[in-house]
Design a protein around this ligand. Structure first.
Ligand SMILES: Nc1ncnc2c1ncn2[C@@H]1O[C@H](COP(=O)(O)OP(=O)(O)OP(=O)(O)O)[C@@H](O)[C@H]1O
Ligand SMILES: [Mg+2]
Length: 246
């Protein structure tokens, strides 16, 4: 039985491998260890939820995994390629091709309209055969942002900005999506719709989804849950979720 389980595990393809990652910030005289020796693997097609209290290091970990920030120690490999060894240009191209990121704070470019923001990743990838128009139409319709496409971020509500940021993360159909509280500014109905959109993209193109969430009803839908506690990451049993939330 154990052999069987191990075999299954080996047969799955690792899309993200994090090894002994440490990230520290200096705050005046103190050093904060935001990520403390994180090691884990994520397999192609998985939906992994990361939960944890405020300040526990979730966003820091996600940014490092997506190649947006460098760790002090450790390695990150995506599809077997060490992003921690890449030059900035190489990394930008690699991210444009394979990685989508929904930021907790949206990070839309203020001088660009919603549509221009959504299309940024299409200029940063190397997929000449990929025509984004059909995907754009679908994202705009599902995220209900059609009427706001020519507005600047400052003219959008927080929830609308969040939906634009989600469209931007998905426009290139990336194989690996990191989403940092993608439903944080949305009401229940919109949050559920965004989750369904992410899960449908995952199903259709075999996308892998790593999502930080405080929403336990979303975490329950994940294949696996990881918990961040003061920089330390550990697996969590779904049955412990109720205790954690109470
Ligand atoms: N740029 C920075 N400079 C200094 N300290 C930082 C920086 N970014 C994060 N930190 C610190 O690192 C720790 C982890 O922060 P992080 O934003 O990763 O937490 P989080 O789990 O995402 O929190 P939240 O749920 O509130 O979003 C916190 O103590 C934070 O103050
Ligand atoms: Mg955060």
């Amino acid at each position: 039985m154990i052999d069987n389980l191990n075999k299954k595990e080996d047969e799955r393809r690792v899309i993200l491998e994090v090894t002994d990652v440490i990230k520290q910030y200096r705050q005046y005289d103190a050093v904060v260890t935001a990520v403390n020796r994180a090691s884990f693997k994520i397999y192609e097609g998985e939906f992994v939820a990361i939960i944890g209290s405020s300040g526990s290091g979730k966003s820091t970990l996600l940014h490092i995994c997506a190649g947006l920030d460098k760790p002090n120690a450790g390695e990150i490999a995506i599809r077997g390629q060490k992003i921690t060894d890449m030059s900035p240009d190489e990394l930008a191209r690699f991210r444009g091709n394979f990685v989508g990121m929904v930021f907790q704070t949206h990070n839309l470019i203020p001088q660009f309209t919603a549509l221009e923001n959504i299309l940024i990743p299409t200029t940063m990838c190397n997929k000449p055969e990929y025509k984004y128009e059909e995907n754009l139409k679908k994202l705009v319709a599902t995220l209900n942002i059609g009427e706001r496409l020519h507005h600047l971020p400052s003219e959008l509500s927080g929830g609308q900005q969040q939906r634009v940021a989600i469209a931007r993360a998905l426009i290139n159909l990336p194989l690996l999506v990191f989403a940092d509280e993608p439903t944080g500014n949305l009401d229940r109905k919109n949050a559920d719709e965004v989750l369904e959109l992410l899960l449908e993209t995952k199903r259709v193109i075999g996308q892998t989804l790593v999502m930080v969430t405080h929403d336990l009803s979303i975490a329950r839908r994940a294949d696996r849950i990881l918990k961040m506690d003061n920089g330390v990451l550990s697996p969590m049993m779904p049955s412990d979720l109720a205790k954690w939330g109470s």
